[in-house]
Design a protein around this ligand. Structure first.
Ligand code: SF4
Length: 405
């Protein structure tokens, strides 16, 4: 077997070995719930460790605890990262109509056609349209682009306004399920009203799953914890996103965290999320083989974080508190009395700086209304004074005005 076609050995995957196999994937049998043990892909071949699985709430479906976030530009012909993740049991792709400059769904279609694995693949996609009829139209477009008869889970993307969770939408979702176009429904959310949306969802039996911003910085957030409890009791399948809890200007502080325990910072924050049994899975943008390898290594190893690693996470969260934006932009935007979108812009900065998604960050920034993008000679002092985390909004916005245009 040539070098670029060989598999990770278990040892490599656990300690970080050589570069992953590229595009060599063949479909592997996926394993049952809570079983991280390897299964042989083919008779006589070395077994491949599989990412553990958990049940996604009321869907009753088993999904991997590590979800492939496709929020970057995938190879439109064949994405080897998807193939490699699939070999390790990561058969859940988190797509959206708008990801990759609207190229994401087409790339996912190319992948499942080439692999002939649609029936063994979980595809989640999302609609930026939230009004029921427009939502249905967007779903039909997603089905076409994904070249599939059904989507496993379809979300309202980045829901902000709770009024969209209406009776009309409930009827529309029921119809789309009856027609077999979607199996399950839910929403993603990462703005200031995550708690409000989750508490409402817990009262709505037609919400199957929620993907929400959740990371180690929020463990002390009582209101969020109550909302998570309410959703968990209502058996809503919960998926964590933005698990790195990062913002811009983090890199020097990350360095301090590395190598304090077995795991690096990226792995440790994932393991911290997985330690919460209310959460089924964490989505991760694994846009290179290094990240993919590290995340899979963290997932297949059942060892819990040590006390030293937990202490380091707490310390890290504390010393970087003024660098991490929580998205509660009603506070800072409200203080400005103008149509800025500070928290949203901070999120795009995070995509640019932390997730390495420079093109996507610029595209998203360009889609904001002109008045939200013009920072020239603006004094963000009032916003900064209002921010509960004392974030240096002035310098972040000035930088955004330079690098996101
Ligand atoms: S800058 Fe501060 S107030 Fe504004 S969204 Fe971020 S954390 Fe909230």
């Amino acid at each position: 077997m040539s070098d670029n076609k060989r598999e990770f050995s278990r040892r490599e995957i656990l300690i970080g070995g050589s570069t992953a196999a590229v595009g060599a994937a063949a479909g592997v049998a996926l394993i049952g719930d809570n079983d991280a043990d390897a299964k042989g892909a083919e008779k006589g071949k070395k077994p491949i460790p599989q990412v553990p699985r958990r049940t996604l709430g009321k869907t009753g479906q088993s999904i991997p605890i590590l979800v492939f976030g496709a929020g970057f530009r995938l190879n439109p012909v064949f994405e080897p990262l998807l193939a490699e993740a699939y070999r390790y049991g990561v058969n859940y792709i988190d797509a959206a109509d708008c990801y990759g400059g609207e190229t994401c769904e087409g790339a996912v279609a190319a992948f499942h056609q080439r692999m002939n694995n649609r029936n063994n693949l979980w595809i989640t996609s999302k609609s930026d349209e939230h009004e029921p009829n427009a939502f249905e139209k967007r779903l039909n477009r997603s089905l076409q682009r994904l070249n599939t008869k059904y989507i496993d889970l379809y979300y309202l993307h980045a829901l902000k306004d709770k009024d969209f969770l209406s009776k009309d939408l409930e009827k529309k979702v029921a119809k789309l399920k009856r027609e077999g176009k979607i199996k399950y429904f839910g929403f993603s959310c990462h703005n200031a009203n995550v708690v409000e949306l989750m508490n409402l969802a817990a009262t709505l039996p037609w919400i199957d799953s929620i993907m929400f911003r959740y990371n180690f910085r929020q463990y002390g957030n009582k209101e969020l914890n109550k909302a998570i409890d309410a959703c968990h009791r209502a058996n809503i399948g919960l998926i964590a996103m933005k698990t790195q809890g990062s913002s811009s200007s983090f890199v020097p502080k990350w360095k301090d965290f590395q190598k304090k325990g077995q795991w690096n910072k990226y792995q440790a924050v994932l393991k911290a999320v997985w330690a919460d049994s209310r959460i089924t899975a964490a989505v991760s943008h694994m846009d290179n083989f290094q990240k993919l390898r590290e995340n899979i290594a963290a997932a297949v190893n059942r060892k819990k974080l040590t006390q030293l690693e937990i202490n380091e996470l707490v310390r890290y969260a504390s010393i970087t508190r003024d660098l991490s934006c929580d998205g509660c932009e009603h506070i800072c935007n409200g203080a400005m009395g103008a149509n800025f979108q500070i928290g949203t812009t901070m999120r795009y900065l995070m995509y640019h700086d932390v997730y390495g998604q420079q093109d996507e960050a610029r595209e998203l920034f360009a889609s904001l209304p002109p008045e939200a993008r013009d920072f020239s000679n603006i004094d963000f002092g009032p916003a900064q004074a209002a921010c509960p985390h004392n974030i240096d909004i002035q310098s972040h916005m000035e930088r955004a005005g330079k690098i996101l245009v």
